[in-house]
Design a protein around this ligand. Structure first.
Ligand SMILES: [Fe+2]
Length: 155
């Protein structure tokens, strides 16, 4: 703290430092809520699926992931790189996972839209496999970021 700096300024600066981690935790919570929703759809296959819920998830999934990944690119990864000397390979790996996750989410969105608009569920096993593949991948990605990225940027 600079000599004579008002305590409120110090508190504001500490808050500013914590903000990216808080935003990221919020993003993780939103992603985990969607994972739980995807799991509920998978568990309800084939006869108990709520088509309106499929449409709801389809409308949120890709925009939420894009928003999360953009925030990580713009704010989180630079903070992580500044805080950790060996962050680069991890950031490269996470960026690859982001691209893969968005592509996977695009495919799942198409299926959810089709079901949501009343198309019959032709192959429930394949649909369940895809849904589970996506939410398990997303949960692993979040767990990794919570374990390795968040602690580093909080400092
Ligand atoms: Fe990420």
């Amino acid at each position: 703290m600079a000599a004579g700096e008002p305590p409120r300024t110090v508190a504001a600066r500490a808050e500013e430092t914590r903000r990216p981690a808080l935003v990221m935790q919020c993003i993780h919570e939103n992603k985990l809520a969607l994972c739980a929703a995807l799991e509920a759809v998978a568990d309800a296959l084939p006869d108990g699926v709520c088509r309106a819920e499929c449409l709801r998830i389809a409308s949120l999934l890709v925009p939420l992931l894009r928003q999360a990944h953009a925030y990580e690119d713009d704010v989180i990864f630079p903070a992580f790189a500044a805080a950790s000397a060996d962050a680069d390979p991890t950031i490269r790996r996470l960026r690859v996972e982001h691209v893969e996750d968005e592509s996977f989410a695009d495919e799942v969105t198409e299926i959810l839209l089709a079901v949501g608009h009343g198309e019959p569920i032709g192959n429930a096993e394949a649909m369940g496999f895809m849904l589970r593949g996506l939410f398990e991948t997303l949960r692993r990605h979040i767990a990794f970021e919570r374990e390795h990225v968040l602690p580093a940027i909080v400092g």
